[in-house]
Design a binder for this molecule. Structure first.
Ligand code: GAL
Length: 808
């Protein structure tokens, strides 16, 4: 009876208090920036009025200019099987990321030291961050991909402008790709009561799902005596589905198990999310509130079935992604991330690997919402270096903290189904490395016993011999297809993951003759062929992976290198200039699909039809020459016609890996006109057709936006693809016209990209040449709602206009 009465009193107090505001989060967006070192810049009285005004997230290096000498590395890349050192230009993007950058901003707080706690939280700063408040150093964080925070309660003064200053420094020879530069993810000032939840203090798991019930386990770290937690679980419509109140405490932790009836399950097709509202009360007073989204889902890895999501065997149809957003650099933007994921959904991708570092929080939130599984990676290096100034410099001091913070900051995301402790770490060699692997994996297990750990291994022979691969929860093989069978036999886990696959290279719209499969091919124009037959000494064409994925139940999936092209690592042109971004992407740097997109789509997207033909049909000068035609389709056979003449029927068969997945007409003789493909279903009925026509001269510019209505929040983006077409509207595949852009109304020109890895034109200037007939121009909304007009002009072309709009 007593307990019952107490609950009534408490509950009514809770209802009343829930109205009050308990924590304030200020997003620190407006900063002053200086690219260089500045004495006394940490001090309050320093005059920064001449510094550039910037908005965070910010990448100070993306505006270039590109320069061959930036981070030129004369190296022998061991991972690429090189035997001699050569000069590598463009390896890290040839953009000016090296050196020091300072950021300063002011914050004011109403009260401090009156029972408040103030946290300054960074989602990431590139790199070697040193943070000062009113001239006093509050901490540092070397690794540019880590989330980190400081308690700055004691440094702030109420009622005055407090100065936050951040010094960053990027070293040469510190990366194998474009790392970017600056405060490139969000920064929050969190003002809360000292009696509150600890930062990243909640850990929500769903240890039991069955019989129309899920057990929701929530562990919360709390600060303050005699506190009570009231929890409300809401479904996706905001309806309350469960409530709980608990005060039993074990040290700083309060744990609750809440039963949720008839739970909706989170999966890739139906990414259902619940929200837990956690309130912390002391003496009947509400002190803190946090809302955490979570999903009810079950993951299992077993010798019998490999990987299961919610009781169903699922293979990872994954892509690796670097953290840059092409022309936007590394500055995080939710619309840009969402566009990438929207494209990848259409491709049929079900999983992302954040190679080779911690993902942005925004990307995880989107994966939760859109239904992608996530392999969250931590490092590209441990103690043994790949590059002189890489993570090896920080490993001993920081590795444990970096992992703990990765797990604490992200573990409530249902999308994360696996951790990766490292990528191709040279520590695969030697017994010290094996110990290190065990040590790191144990840290992950200690912090999150619900997810397994992998490492992407390239030294597979070694890892088989010394036990490195055997101790991992999930043995990940990067490439090394000829060793799959042996590794599976030898490793104890009973399955293996293609943690990195393919590394096929191609340039959008470029086709080379003769059409031949082979490694390390290079051409005078520094482009690779889109017949999708070119790869590296260590890698392969997509189909070589498909056969393992399809034929071996113990291969639990693949993560293709890479979904999108990225800045830096211009293999096979690492030692050619100009070349400054990758050729590996299924989509180019602008986010335009290469032909390979349709090869993966034909197998991964099981809902929609894929029927795609290549190359284009503008081969002036190749009349009478053999010009092979390939078709990527989910149908098993098709007939090809050139100007109405049949070239015969091709059928997928198992005579080779290639023939199993693509339809190829190798002897087609070029004549201008039209090629047409007619696809058949398994019973031989004509079910679909596609054609490509020879285009005439460039005539006008076709503009197509990914989204015509965007949010008037000053951040949202519309990605507009510009295609040069002839007078009949046929895309002109060789067009290289220069276009000029003007944005008027309630938006601005943000950036432009054509996907050409050899282009040295800058992304932020409103002019660029199209590459093989296309580019993407990015328009940003202002904070005022209304119309936005994009005008595009080009010499000799009919100008075009596109009306976009923004809404509140
Ligand atoms: C892998 C490596 C990636 C990238 C790729 C290129 O070995 O893990 O970061 O370098 O090769 O093929």
């Amino acid at each position: 009876m007593k307990i019952y009465l107490l609950s009534i009193v408490l509950l009514s107090a809770l209802c009343f208090q829930a109205q009050s505001q308990t924590r304030e989060i200020q997003a620190l967006k407006d900063w002053r920036f200086y690219n260089g070192d500045a004495e006394l810049a940490s001090q309050s009285g320093f005059d920064d009025s001449s510094w550039e005004k910037v908005t965070v997230p910010h990448d100070w290096a993306i505006k270039g200019p590109f320069d061959k000498d930036i981070d030129k590395q004369v190296v022998r890349i061991e991972q690429n099987n090189e035997t001699v050192a050569t000069e590598k230009t463009g390896r890290t993007g040839a953009l000016p990321f090296i050196g020091v950058g300072w950021y300063r901003t002011n914050v004011s707080v109403a009260e401090v030291n009156s029972g408040k706690q103030i946290i300054l939280a960074f989602d990431g700063a590139m790199s070697n961050a040193e943070v000062f408040v009113n001239g006093k150093k509050v901490g540092n964080r070397p690794y540019g991909y880590s989330y980190f925070y400081f308690d700055i309660t004691d440094e702030l003064q109420a009622g005055k402008e407090n100065v936050i200053a951040v010094r960053l420094e990027n070293q040469a020879f510190s990366s194998r790709w474009y790392p970017g530069a600056g405060i490139y993810r969000k920064v929050n000032l969190i003002i809360k009561d000292a009696v509150s939840f600890k930062h990243w203090g909640h850990y929500i798991t769903t240890p039991y799902i069955g019989n129309g019930l899920a057990k929701i386990n929530i562990k919360s770290q709390v600060q303050g005596d005699n506190v009570v937690i009231k929890t409300t679980l809401r479904d996706a419509n905001g309806k309350v589905v469960a409530e709980n109140m608990v005060s039993q405490r074990f040290g700083d932790e309060i744990e609750q198990n809440i039963s949720l009836d008839n739970p909706e399950i989170w999966g890739t097709d139906s990414p259902y999310l619940y929200t837990a509202t956690l309130e912390l009360h002391q003496g009947g007073v509400l002190k803190d509130t946090e809302e955490i989204r979570f999903g009810v889902r079950d993951i299992k890895y077993s010798r019998e079935n490999g990987f299961e999501l919610n009781g169903e065997v699922v293979k990872f149809k994954g892509v690796c992604l670097h953290h840059d957003l092409g022309p936007l650099g590394i500055a995080i933007n939710r619309a840009a991330l969402k566009r990438q994921l929207t494209i990848l959904k259409d491709l049929g991708v079900n999983a992302i690997r954040s190679s080779h570092n911690m993902p942005s929080i925004e990307q995880l939130e989107l994966c939760d919402e859109m239904g992608f599984m996530f392999l969250a990676e931590s490092f590209d290096e441990w103690k043994k270096p790949k590059v002189k100034n890489g993570y090896n410099l920080y490993f001993d001091e920081w590795a444990e903290k970096d992992i703990v913070d990765l797990v604490h900051a992200t573990r409530n995301h249902p999308s994360i189904v696996m951790w990766s402790a490292g990528n191709e770490v040279p520590d695969q060699h030697g017994s010290a490395g094996v110990k290190r692997a065990k040590w790191i994996q144990d840290i992950f297990h200690r912090e999150d016993p619900t997810r397994p750990v992998t490492v992407g291994m390239d030294q597979v022979q070694n890892a088989m011999a010394n036990g490195f691969g055997a101790i991992l929860d999930v043995p990940g093989l990067n490439y090394r297809l000829p060793l799959y069978e042996e590794a599976y036999e030898l490793f104890p886990q009973g399955f293996i993951l293609g943690s990195e696959t393919a590394s096929t290279v191609s340039s959008r719209g470029v086709y080379k003759f003769p059409v031949e499969k082979g490694p390390n091919k290079t051409y005078d124009d520094y482009q690779s062929s889109s017949y999708d037959l070119e790869y590296c000494s260590w890698s392969n064409i997509p189909e070589d992976d498909f056969v393992w994925q399809d034929d071996k139940p113990w291969v639990i999936g693949e993560f293709v290198w890479t979904g999108f092209d990225y800045l830096g690592e211009p293999t096979p042109y690492d030692d050619y200039w100009p070349s400054r971004s990758s050729y590996f992407g299924i989509l180019d740097l602008a986010g335009i699909p290469k032909d390979r997109y349709y090869l993966y789509r034909s197998r991964w997207n099981t809902e929609d039809e894929t029927l795609h033909m290549l190359p284009h049909w503008n081969w002036e000068g190749r009349e009478g020459e053999k010009t092979p035609v390939f078709v990527y389709t989910n149908y098993s056979s098709a007939e090809l016609f050139v100007n109405g003449k049949s070239q015969g029927i091709q059928k997928k068969d198992s005579t080779s890996n290639l023939h199993r997945y693509r339809l190829m007409w190798m002897d087609v003789v070029y004549e201008p006109g039209e090629i047409r493909v007619v696809a058949f279903d398994d019973s031989g009925n004509e079910v679909a057709e596609k054609s490509i026509k020879t285009a005439g001269k460039p005539h006008r510019i076709l503009l197509e936006a990914d989204r015509e209505t965007i949010s008037a929040d000053g951040e949202d983006l519309s990605f507009v693809t510009a295609t040069i077409v002839d007078k009949d509207g046929i895309p002109v595949p060789h067009a290289m016209n220069r276009l000029d852009f003007e944005v008027t109304g309630n938006g601005s020109f943000k950036a432009v990209c054509n996907g050409d890895a050899t282009s040295l034109e800058m992304f932020h200037l409103p002019t660029m040449k199209v590459f093989n007939g296309k580019l993407v121009v990015i328009v940003q909304a202002s904070e005022k709602a209304g119309d936005i007009k994009l005008k595009v002009k080009g010499k000799g072309l009919k100008a075009s206009e596109l009306k976009l709009s923004s809404q509140n």
